[in-house]
Design a protein around this ligand. Structure first.
Ligand SMILES: Nc1ncnc2c1ncn2[C@@H]1O[C@H](COP(=O)(O)OP(=O)(O)OP(=O)(O)O)[C@@H](O)[C@H]1O
Length: 335
């Protein structure tokens, strides 16, 4: 078994409110896990409990079989990186990174550790700078180096990219992933950004109202969402309820699976193809994101129309198109 971190039947109650309910999940050694969920779903609370900064009301946490549940923060040896880096402004990069390192290391051992971490996080040459003299991405890497300096059992990250500007966010996310892989450290990251979660994680935990709604590899969650909540939250899914078509069921179809063509008689005679009025469209580079209102069902459907589709460059808001919802691409849940 390569499960390193096991969370068993974890509950958390604040006063009368149960904010985590029966969280039960195993996380593999060396993997990158994202906890994704809407605001208030319990993501930060779960991370705080893993860190030892908050106590669980019930349940246990194991690391390679060792019960960590009652270990206080200082004994838990967990690396933590928060949203706003929380570097010490009056300490240099070197001092920040070595801040939590035990004093029983010799000066030589500390220097070696520092050199290894600077190399890992591409910060060599910046060790004498102060945080204010670094870019957001560099500060983030110092925070990661500092968290790794204590040889943590695992690393916990709370929205580490959210303070960065959007242009740098995905690049810094990739850097973070590369550092994590090289260090071989198990990482658990909280985010409410689904694109980030899908792009970065090996394993994704979707929280809804304090419960795990689904956990699995990002592609599995995206392709086989267990519920309409996961489908809409993981993104890119229309939910359809059309009288006479999918009665009694809740059906999803991905934006990218919706077919769009000129409203010719032959196009409209294809199965599961309906007349739809284009109510809005947004240019998105390789795609046009097109929003239709299906005439007969008063249902709204979003389609990602590839620019390679001849219809893409001629779409006019207010005009009618043939909108196909191919049956073989439906995700069906019982209501
Ligand atoms: N110390 C506390 N006392 C009482 N209730 C709390 C406390 N901390 C969190 N909560 C409640 O627990 C629920 C979960 O909060 P949590 O911060 O874990 O959610 P989250 O998913 O991280 O949300 P966000 O994305 O907005 O940060 C919320 O309803 C919140 O109001």
């Amino acid at each position: 078994m390569n499960d390193s971190l096991e969370i068993r039947h974890l509950y958390k109650t604040f006063g009368q409110t149960e904010v985590l309910k029966d969280i039960d999940v195993s996380i593999n050694e060396g993997s990158f896990t994202c906890i994704l969920g809407p605001s208030g779903s319990g993501k930060t609370t779960l991370l705080m409990i893993l860190a030892g900064l908050e106590e669980a009301s019930d349940g246990e946490i194991f690391y390679h079989g060792e019960n960590l549940t009652d270990l206080p923060l200082e004994k838990r040896r967990v690396g933590i990186v928060f949203q706003h880096y929380a570097l010490f402004p009056n300490l240099t990069v070197r001092e920040n990174i070595l801040f939590g390192v035990k004093n029983n290391l010799t000066a030589k051992e500390k220097d070696e550790k520092l050199a290894r971490l600077l190399d890992l996080t591409h910060l060599a040459g910046l060790e004498n700078r102060y945080p204010a003299e670094l870019s957001g991405g560099q500060q983030q890497r110092v925070a990661i180096a500092r968290a790794l300096a204590i040889n943590p059992r695992f690393l916990l990250l709370d929205e580490p990219l959210s303070a960065l500007d959007p242009a740098n966010r995905s690049r810094i996310g990739r850097e973070l992933r590369e550092i994590q892989k090289k260090a071989g450290v198990t990482c658990v990251m909280v985010t409410h950004d689904r694109t980030e979660a899908l792009a970065l994680s090996d394993y994704l935990i979707i929280l809804n109202n304090g419960r795990i709604e689904q956990a699995g590899a990002p592609a599995e969650i995206y392709d086989r969402p267990k519920s309409a909540f996961v489908a809409t939250f993981a993104g890119g899914m229309n939910l359809i309820e059309m009288a006479g078509i999918n009665e009694g069921q809740l059906t999803g179809i991905r934006f990218a699976d919706v077919g769009v063509a000129q409203a010719t008689e032959s196009a409209l005679s294809r199965p599961f193809t309906f007349t739809g009025e284009l109510v809005a469209q947004e240019f998105a580079g390789d795609f046009v994101s097109a929003h239709f209102l299906l005439n007969d069902f008063k249902t709204h459907i979003t389609a990602l129309v590839a620019r390679t589709n001849p219809v893409a460059d001629e779409m006019k808001t207010g005009a009618l198109y043939a909108v196909s919802l191919p049956r073989e691409r439906w995700c069906v849940w019982s209501k």
